[in-house]
Design a protein around this ligand. Structure first.
Ligand code: BEZ
Length: 249
C-alpha cells in the first residue's frame, strides 16, 4: 500500500493479463514441432499466438484447418503461427493425425504444420490471460495475440468457446498493423488492404489551416481532423518486403 495515496502500485502487472503495448511474457514450451523459447526464437518475425479450448473438438477442428489453409499467406507476411491448449503433446499429435483424415470445405489430407504448445499445467495460458474462469476453468478461451518482431503485443482478440474465429479478420489486422507501422498512418473502419488510410490530424492552428487549404492531390480532406490518403497495394507490398528483408539481415 502506498503511504501517500493509499493505493497499490506495481512495477509489473500482478495477476493480470498482458495488454496491448506490453512485452509478450516469456516462456519455454514443448510443442508438436519441438522446444521453443519465446519470444527469443522469433526475433525479427511477427507471431500469432492463439489458444483453442481442446483437441478433438469440432469448432477447433474447423479453426485449425482454416488457419492451416492460410499458412502461406501468413508466412509471406513474415509471420509465424503458434497454437496452445491445455493438452498434452500426445493429445495434440493424435488430433493432428485425425485432422489429416478429415475432408472439410475444399481441404483434405491436411497436415497441420504450425507448432502446438503442451500447456497441461496452464502455466502459459495463465500468463497470457487465456483462462477465463467463469467460461471454463480448465479450457483456454479462443485468444489471439498478435506480437511484433520486437516482442511487443500489438493486438488481442478474445472469443468464447462456442464461436469460431474469423481468420480473414486476423490477417486483415496483421496487414493493417504492418501498414500503419510502415507509413505512420492509421486505418479507418472496415479498412481492407488497398483502401485509403487515415493520416494524423494536425496539432497546431497553423497546421490545421494549412490542411484545410490542402493542395496535395493525394490527400482527401473530409475535415481538418479527418484526412484520407491513398496507399496502393503495391506500395504496401513494397514497404512490407523492405521491412522483412531489413529484419533478416
Ligand atoms: C469446439 O471446439 O467445438 C468447442 C470446444 C469447447 C467448447 C465448445 C465447443
Amino acid at each position: 500500500m502506498c503511504d501517500f495515496c493509499n493505493h497499490m502500485h506495481h512495477d509489473e502487472p500482478v495477476n493480470q493479463m498482458p495488454l496491448i503495448g506490453d512485452k509478450a511474457p516469456e516462456f519455454i514450451a514443448n510443442t508438436t514441432n519441438g522446444k521453443i523459447n519465446f519470444p527469443a526464437d522469433y526475433s525479427g518475425k511477427w507471431v500469432i499466438l492463439f489458444s483453442h479450448p481442446a483437441d478433438f473438438t469440432p469448432v477447433c477442428t474447423t479453426e485449425f484447418m482454416t488457419f492451416q489453409s492460410m499458412i502461406n499467406d501468413f508466412n509471406k507476411l513474415n509471420t509465424d503461427i503458434i497454437g496452445l491448449s491445455v493438452g498434452t503433446l500426445t493429445g495434440h499429435l493424435a488430433w493432428i493425425k485425425a485432422i489429416k483424415e478429415i475432408q472439410y470445405k475444399d481441404w483434405k489430407d491436411m497436415q497441420i504444420t504450425f507448432p502446438i504448445i503442451d500447456d497441461m499445467n496452464m502455466e502459459i495460458a495463465k500468463k497470457y490471460g487465456m483462462i477465463h474462469d467463469n467460461e471454463s476453468n480448465n479450457k483456454t478461451v479462443r485468444a489471439v495475440f498478435i506480437i511484433d518482431p520486437v516482442g511487443i503485443i500489438r493486438t488481442i482478440l478474445y472469443y468464447p468457446l462456442t464461436i469460431g474465429r474469423n481468420f480473414d479478420e486476423i490477417k486483415r489486422t496483421l496487414i493493417a498493423l504492418q501498414t500503419t507501422d510502415a507509413f505512420q498512418v492509421a486505418t479507418p473502419a472496415d479498412w481492407m488492404p488497398g483502401d485509403a488510410v487515415v493520416v494524423p490530424a494536425p496539432t497546431t492552428t497553423d497546421a490545421m489551416n494549412s490542411r484545410l487549404k490542402n493542395n496535395d492531390k493525394n490527400l482527401d480532406v473530409k475535415a481538418w481532423f479527418l484526412t484520407l490518403k491513398r496507399v496502393s497495394l503495391t506500395d504496401i507490398e513494397k514497404a512490407l518486403a523492405k521491412q522483412t528483408s531489413k529484419k533478416k539481415k
